[in-house]
Each structure stands twice: as C-alpha cells, then as structure tokens.
Design a binder for this molecule. Sequence first.
Ligand code: ADP
Length: 184
Amino acid sequence: MMKIDINGNILELVVGDITTLQTDVIVNAANGSLLGGGGVDGAIHRAAGKELLEECKQIREKQLDGNYLPAGEAVITSGQNLPASYVVHTVGPVWNEHDDGQDDVLSNCYQNALELAVTHDASSIAFPSISTGVYHYPVKLAAETALQTMIAFLQNHQFGQVVMVLFSEQDYAAYEKVLHDLVG
Ligand code: ADP
C-alpha cells in the first residue's frame, strides 16, 4: 500500500476488490449500455444486487433518452447492497494505438467521477483501473492519466480520500512507479 498527502487530502494505492471498499463512492468501469458486463462491472452488479441494474435502466431511459453513455462521461446511482453509498458509472475509452485523444477521454472519466462525488457531498472515493481490462489501454499510460488527473483535482479541492484499487500486484507495481515519478 502507498499513501501520500496532497494538499491535506489522502491519495492511496491498494490491491483489492473494489466491491468491498467502504468509501462513500466506488467507481464502475461500465460500458455505454449501463446494462452490465464483465470485469469490474460484473463484480459490482453481482455484489450490489439487481436493484442496481434497475437504477441504471432508469438512467438510460430518463437521463440519456435511451442512448448510450458516451466515453468520458459519468452518472451516479446508489450503492444498493454495497458498503459504498454511491456508484459512479463511467465509460472509459477503448484503446486504439492510432488515436491520440484517448488520454483526454480517460482523464474526463476520473474528473467527472470526482465532480459527481463532490456534488453528492462525498469525502471518499475508490477507483478501479479504468480501460485497462477488456478495453486494453496500456497500464502505464492509463496510470499516468489517472494519477495526474487525481493529483490536479486534489491540489484544488479539500476533498478527503481517493483510493486507487488495483486488482493485481502487477498493476499495483505499475501505478506505484508512476506515482513515485509524479510526486518525486
Ligand atoms: P474496462 O472495460 O474499462 O477495461 P475491466 O473491468 O475489463 O474494464 O477492467 C478494468 C480493471 O478492473 C482491470 O484492471 C481489471 O483487472 C480490474 N478489476 C476487475 N475486477 C475488479 C474488482 N472486483 N475490483 C477492482 N478491480 C477489478
């Protein structure tokens, strides 16, 4: 575990299962349908119970007029049976080595999730490594964007605690190295 102070806030890296985190908010790396999928999305829906899917369907119908949630954007539901009070669902970019705008899209995922947490009076949030599973974003590049976005946000807010939850020791090591390089 690595834990650092940024402007009075805590930024932590841990290895674990995000569905067990007791932060106010956990973030889901969803797909645009919001109707569930594999990876962390499947794990969150299984742990939260079927009412979470109902909330997501309502958002699709009412907030998104039946459309998919675009990459980089985020919506919020309750946490249902999870220890967390809220789930922010965001859609990461699918990696494409010929597209150079993806870091902005990935950054928007983190930024929009943090802003939704603030508007819901949350003071703690946990993120998975968005896009680095089936969306194949390279972990080192994703870590740079994720951590830079979090650090810039914490430098400008009195938020509380941000936890980056890595699902393997290998991903943890990649994020740890990037964080060391960013904070010196
Ligand atoms: P994406 O489609 O955005 O790539 P994935 O769910 O496939 O999303 O993968 C994102 C990351 O989440 C991967 O690093 C994967 O190993 C990790 N992951 C899968 N299950 C969990 C979990 N229960 N808790 C935390 N991270 C998880």
